[in-house]
Design a protein around this ligand. Structure first.
Ligand code: PEP
Length: 247
């Protein structure tokens, strides 16, 4: 019912030469795969990557979008501009943006709305810190983050992708066990079910140190429908292995 989605978050890495080399290596991906593959380069390289992706059957994504439509917002990139570059997915609410740019649940909800308004699928990130998990607040935290997005987006909520990214697992090499991840994914699916009758078709990705060694077990969980991948997406062989684990 749901095909896996693997999204590469290159974060603030790369240059024209290394991007071209990385993408050249990804041409080896199985053309008969059923999973969808999204590459999210830094905004400065959207044009370069846009030109190279179609021949691989990958689609273009972005790492962030402005909450505003247009105008005097220096440094921001609007949803319409992303669409102009052929962007199909955009990551919103990544924990690095929540942390370094003080993005609130409400701002993330607005960004989600902007993306949906132009037909771009938002990949909405939720996840608890280690301190929140230790305090027994993991479920409450992710539910609060998702509730803000549901509240602001009404029936359009069925058009989003959710990514569960425990903050303590991002870039640390410490992955949530498949059981822990599945438990949170099932909780998020139940929350979506209460908001839309289309929840069974919605994809919930796992993100946090996904690598070739743990991907198959994570992806085998009932409510894990793909991965949002940081570090391993910058290594061609590792990323190819994740794509093949996703089917
Ligand atoms: C991410 O940046 O969303 C991420 C999951 O990073 P990593 O795979 O490096 O943990």
């Amino acid at each position: 019912m749901r095909n896996n989605l693997i999204a590469a978050n290159w974060k603030m890495n790369g240059d024209t030469a290394s991007n071209a080399a990385l993408l050249a290596g990804l041409r080896l991906a199985n053309p008969n795969r059923s999973c969808e593959v999204v590459i999210c380069p830094p905004a400065a390289y959207l044009g370069q990557v846009q030109a190279l992706l179609p021949e691989m059957g990958f689609v273009l994504g972005a790492q962030d979008v402005s909450a505003f439509e247009s105008g005097a917002y220096t440094g921001e990139v609007s949803a319409a501009m992303l669409r102009d570059f052929g962007v199909r997915y955009v990551i919103v609410g990544h924990s690095e943006r929540r942390k370094h740019h003080a993005e609130s649940d409400e701002l993330v909800a607005q960004k989600t709305k902007r993306a949906l308004a132009v037909g771009i699928t938002p990949i909405v990130c939720v996840g608890e810190t280690w301190a929140e998990r230790e305090a027994g607040l993991a479920e409450q935290t992710v539910k609060r983050q998702l509730a803000a997005v549901i509240h602001a987006n009404g029936h359009c909520i069925s058009e989003i992708v959710v990514a569960y990214e425990p903050v303590w697992a991002i870039g640390t090499g410490q992955t949530a066990t498949p059981e822990v991840a599945q438990q949170v994914h099932a909780l998020l699916r139940a929350q979506l079910r209460a908001a839309t009758e289309r929840s069974d078709r919605m994809r919930i990705l796992y993100g946090g140190s996904m690598n070739p060694g743990n991907a198959a077990q994570l992806l085998a969980q009932e409510d894990i429908d793909g991965g949002l991948v940081g570090g391993a997406s910058l290594k061609g062989a590792d990323f190819l292995s994740l794509v093949s684990a996703a089917g």
